[in-house]
Design a binder for this molecule. Structure first.
Ligand code: ARG
Length: 491
């Protein structure tokens, strides 16, 4: 359709190679809305008669209602196919004017911005639900003591809620990043035309408002060439899915028979074709892998845009598939983790038992020595280390050590601490006591859990209001656009 210069038609093989039609289906609606806004603006600026506008809008509405009528064969992309459809329906005299002061270069990036804007709102809303789910489960498990691990070795006593809240905080940062990216995505490039704007008088702000954008991308080269806000979005998704992968990994580990801390609901587990006893965490394993896929999507986009010359290059077409895939994969992964978290069965007894028989209490004992006996930490570290060494040789918990063992260790360290006093500290240091004694901000004591829960709940409800406001603003713009379109179609 655009081959005004060429005499020959495009080679079939090349057309197939060039076509973005397969992935353009997801921007079809946005393309129509963009064309409606553009045509209304052209009319209001005096470049179309009301009759021409009516014909164009009627054809576009027809395309919106029955997209299957749009002939895609023989066209390079959806922009060309829709314009051809409008020309066929509205006639060349009217339809042929729709592309005045516009190019596919501003058109395609407009469509992607509208699509990603919606995707960001969807991802944010889904993420808000996941964070809420984590906070809800944390509320139910504030007092469930559990071992925390470093290097996957038993480290300190914590609570299950503390873990859940740690993921919630991490995901809140993903939310913040997404929330910020939205502002940069929600700017209209329309009217930048091919690269250098137009000598035809147009109103870029008008189309931006009609389509629910907050502002315009001012510079016409920037508007058509830049994809940095999409890169930022894809990076944010890569980071977010990485967090999901971490959650998945912890849950996979804790649901093994060896740990036995949690059990996935049947709805979130697979079985084995051979081993009847199996309950496999496949959805979590796939979440872990999807994080790599989204990172791959990001790397693809980065590679495509790297060092492209200014102005549209066809390379840019190739960012659409990985970008759309990153959105879809991330949404699926968030939903899976959300469901898994909400339906998880928690074996509190197993967690408590592991905590109460573990040497993860060692640092608490060492700190009590510092607090109660003013022993330098380095000395108390050595004392408790030696106690653990003795206890582990006898395969017993620290609380089962004899007074004589404690006295021997203290003598060797020459610490000036009474064996009976240290024995009392050890006896009293249950997981519950350990958690009560933990004073620092952000640690797993009960009051800290409650404060974290309330600050996260507040944060998430603020985001939910913001997401709703943004979604409504876009919806309102589309409703108004529809009314305007219907109005012009009737007049
Ligand atoms: N199908 C193209 C894309 O997805 C649309 C823009 C084509 N523009 C051009 N000047 N060839 O990026």
């Amino acid at each position: 359709m655009y081959r005004s210069r060429s005499n020959d038609k495009l080679d079939d093989q090349v057309l197939k190679f060039l076509s973005s039609m397969q992935h353009d289906q997801s921007i079809l609606d946005y393309d129509i809305l963009g064309s409606e806004a553009h045509s209304i603006m052209l009319y209001e600026m005096g470049h179309l008669t009301s009759g021409e506008l009516k014909k164009i809008l009627t054809a576009l509405e027809d395309a919106m209602q029955k997209p299957e009528q749009i002939q895609t064969e023989g066209h390079e992309d959806i922009h060309e196919a829709i314009e051809a459809f409008v020309i066929r329906k509205a006639g060349n005299d009217a339809g042929g004017k729709m592309h005045t002061a516009r190019s596919r270069n501003d058109q395609v990036v407009l469509d992607i911005r509208m699509k990603i804007r919606d995707d960001i709102n969807d991802v944010c809303a889904t993420l808000a639900s996941l964070i809420e789910g984590l906070v809800t489960r944390a509320k139910e498990n504030k007092d469930v003591s559990m071992i925390m691990y470093t290097h996957l070795q038993q480290a300190q006593i914590g609570t299950f809620s503390h873990f859940l809240l740690s993921y919630a905080y991490s995901l809140m940062r993903d939310m913040e990043r997404l929330y910020l990216v939205y502002q940069r995505v929600n700017q209209s490039p329309l009217g930048a035309c091919a690269i250098g704007g137009s000598s035809i008088r147009i109103d870029r702000k008008k189309t931006a408002v009609l389509l629910g954008f907050d502002s315009i991308v001012r510079n016409s080269i920037d508007a058509t060439s830049s994809r940095d806000s999409f890169l930022e979005y894809a990076s944010t998704l890569a980071i977010l899915t990485n967090t999901l992968g971490r959650i998945a990994e912890d849950f996979i580990l804790w649901s093994t028979t060896e740990f036995g801390y949690i059990e996935l609901s049947d709805r979130y587990s697979s079985t084995s074709s051979a081993m009847p006893q199996k309950k496999n965490p496949d959805p979590l394993e796939l979440t872990r892998a999807k994080s790599a896929i989204v990172t791959g999507n990001l790397v693809s986009i980065l590679g495509i845009v790297k060092a492209l010359p200014s102005g549209y290059s066809r390379d840019l077409q190739e960012i659409k598939p990985p970008l759309l895939a990153a959105s879809a994969t991330t949404l699926d992964a968030i939903r899976v983790i959300d469901g898994a978290v909400r339906s998880l069965r928690i074996d509190k007894e197993m967690m408590r038992h592991a905590a109460s028989t573990s040497y993860a209490i060692a640092l608490d004992i060492a700190e009590q020595l510092v607090i109660q006996n003013k022993v330098p930490f380095r000395v108390s570290h050595r004392i408790v280390g030696a106690l653990v060494e003795r206890a582990s040789k006898g395969k017993m918990p620290l609380s089962k050590l004899q007074l004589s063992d404690i006295a021997t260790v203290l003598k060797a360290q020459n610490a000036g601490v009474k064996a009976a006093k240290l024995a009392k500290i050890i006896k009293e240091m249950t997981p519950e006591k350990s958690l009560q004694a933990r004073k620092s901000t952000g640690s797993p004591n009960l009051q800290e859990q409650e404060e974290m829960i309330s600050s996260l709940s507040q944060g998430i409800s603020n985001y939910k209001i913001g997401i709703k406001r943004r979604t409504n603003k876009v919806q309102c713009a589309f409703d108004n656009l529809e009314k305007t379109v219907k109005g012009y179609m009737k007049s």
